[in-house]
Write a new protein. Structure first.
Length: 73
């Protein structure tokens, strides 16, 4: 990806993150970028939204093996 395309991608993600915050989705920028990438790969956006809503409703459904490790000083 050239520099101009990377800049455009970053600006698009930043704009979508602002919209996400206005809509109070609770998504961080990394999660949003992963969801966008999954949509770009052809996954159903409505199905992804349903999964996100379910995980936000009941975080215990998320396998503990996939949670990020605690940062060490």
């Amino acid at each position: 990806m050239d520099e101009a395309a990377a800049q455009t991608a970053w600006e698009s993600l930043d704009l979508l993150f602002h919209i996400s915050n206005i809509l109070d989705t609770g998504l961080d920028q990394h999660t949003l970028s992963v969801l966008i990438a999954l949509c770009d790969l052809g996954l159903n956006p409505e199905a992804l939204a349903a999964v996100v809503k379910e995980l936000q409703r009941d975080p215990s459904l998320f396998p503990s093996t996939l949670t990020p490790p605690a940062s060490t000083p």
